[in-house]
Design a binder for this molecule. Structure first.
Ligand code: SF4
Length: 497
């Protein structure tokens, strides 16, 4: 249906060109069509009045299109909204009556594939082998243990905070943003620090992992009026404009326009607006045309939204809120339902790498964890420290790599499987399964013996050194046992608390 007929070989394009190549392949007409379908989908999912109007006018839905100024044949989107056609969704019949739904699905699939490619793509791997191996272990463990959150997390290597705290104050903030204390202004000194830091990171880890970074965390871009100047510098260093997510796109419209215009010039990855109220959705639609928001996903968090993204992680401020309500005698289960919290949404923390705050000049090495009393914000801080210059930041990160990313299992580590690994013995070895993966270990003479001791170690809690000694004393060959344990370690199957 789209006039674009060029087929693009994305696999052979560098990361920064994939999204751009696709967006550039669309004609203006394609873009207008997609932008209007997108606006329709946002209204359908986010605005109850629009849904009522569709119901009332289901025989003449184009009356609704006219009222909402959508130049679109809504009849060609029936499998999205019409009760009589919903069951045809994703079936062969869908194309007969809902060709525009298929156009939209294809578009979404393409842009999401480019974003999700950041997770596994060798192209974004670091030049630092210890960092690369550590991140691979984190990705494996997270896929196994984070339930529904594991799928959505792309594991950026770096996040930069350009403010301290956040003025928005969402009750559900999954990473527990603190009160706003100030922002990192684009002064001469700060510009120098920022640009030098990006160069320092590139020298230490390579340019590609830096391209996965984004410039907010427990902060909102709208709190820094100079935000776009920093991401423009980022683009000049990396050839990549990082993703922007903001919950306050209307707070400083000029800033938002500048961010959107950077995307228009260099469409590297789509942006996101978090929509927290119905009024905000309507105001965003008033302020930006469908075409202006083609590269911006609206993440519908408000209570009238039908989007599954509306369900929230019970971490951070949401966890604190639930605990307060439970202390006052409310049922935890009922509160989860009422507040649309989803226990499978175990964390919103996505970084496996360095979290760098430019205001208080602090660096943390972090990795995602399912929310718990031990990890209330849904991530573990492996190490943290302060820096004053780009050089001291580099030295600090190098030291964290050295101390926290061993290439082999440390002698004193208790070797136990993480809690999502199931063990089964096989005649010539053993099998490990997790919710997402399966491993048969049968290639070595001592596979069965090693498996047996590993299994027992969930109770014995021997260190790596002790475990090796035990297995070898039973007649296994040291080299083989080390190989087996090292492979399982590298796959992220051991607990790393
Ligand atoms: S969710 Fe985002 S906007 Fe809301 S308080 Fe947390 S950091 Fe701020």
């Amino acid at each position: 249906m789209l006039s674009n007929s060029k087929s693009i070989d994305f696999q052979n394009l560098p990361l920064e060109y994939q999204h751009k190549a696709y967006m550039d392949s669309l004609t203006n007409e394609d873009k207008r069509l997609l932008a209007n379908i997108k606006r329709f989908a946002e209204l359908l999912v986010g605005d109850p009045d629009f849904r009522i109007q569709l119901q009332i006018n289901h025989k003449n839905p184009n009356n609704v299109a006219k009222a909402y100024r959508l130049p679109l044949n809504i009849n060609h989107l029936r499998s999205f909204w019409h009760n009589g056609y919903l069951t045809d969704r994703y079936s062969k019949k869908e194309a007969e009556h809902s060709p525009l739904t298929i156009v939209w699905d294809k578009h979404l699939h393409t842009i999401r594939a480019h974003r999700d490619g950041l997770k596994y793509d060798q192209y974004v791997q670091s030049t630092n082998p210890l960092f690369r191996a550590w991140r691979a272990r984190q990705v494996g463990r997270c896929d196994d243990t984070l339930a529904a959150s594991g799928v959505g997390i792309t594991h950026p290597s770096f996040a930069f905070e350009l403010s301290e705290g956040c003025t928005v104050g969402c009750w559900f903030c999954g990473i527990g943003a603190e009160q706003f204390k100030g922002f990192f202004a684009y002064t001469e000194d700060n510009r120098h620090l920022w640009q030098s830091l990006l160069k320092q990171i590139t020298a230490l880890f390579g340019i590609n992992p830096l391209k996965t970074a984004f410039c907010y965390w427990a902060t909102d871009p709208s709190d820094n009026p100079d935000y776009d100047r920093f991401i423009l510098d980022f683009y000049k260093q990396t050839n990549f404009v990082p993703q922007t997510t903001t919950a306050r796109p209307l707070k400083n419209i000029d800033l938002t326009q500048r961010i959107l215009s950077l995307y228009d010039q260099h469409p590297c990855v789509f942006n996101r607006f978090s929509i927290t109220t119905l009024d905000q959705l309507r105001a965003v639609h008033q302020s930006f045309s469908p075409l202006e928001l083609l590269g911006t996903e609206l993440v519908m968090q408000h209570k009238q939204s039908l989007a599954s993204a509306g369900s929230k992680s019970p971490s951070g401020h949401a966890k604190e809120k639930i605990e307060r309500l439970v202390a006052r005698g409310q049922s935890q289960e009922k509160m989860h339902t009422k507040l649309n919290l989803n226990i499978d949404h175990t964390t919103i923390a996505c970084v496996s790498g360095f979290l760098i705050n430019m205001v208080n000049r602090c660096i943390k090495l972090v990795s995602p964890r399912p929310v718990s009393d031990k990890y209330p914000l849904g991530y573990r801080v492996h190490a943290e420290g302060a820096f004053s210059t780009a050089q001291s930041a580099g030295a600090l990160m190098s030291q964290m790599v050295e101390s926290h990313m061993p290439s082999a299992i440390p002698a004193t580590q208790v070797v136990r499987f993480h809690h999502k690994v199931s063990y089964q013995s096989l005649p010539n070895g053993f099998q490990l399964t997790t919710p997402t993966r399966s491993f048969d270990v049968t290639a070595y003479k001592c596979s069965a013996l090693t498996g047996e001791y590993l299994y027992k170690n969930s109770k014995n809690q021997h260190t790596y050194q002790q475990l090796l000694k035990k297995i070898v004393s039973e007649g296994a060959e040291l080299f083989q046992v080390v190989q087996i344990l090292q492979k399982l370690y590298q796959a992220g199957l051991f607990l790393d608390e």
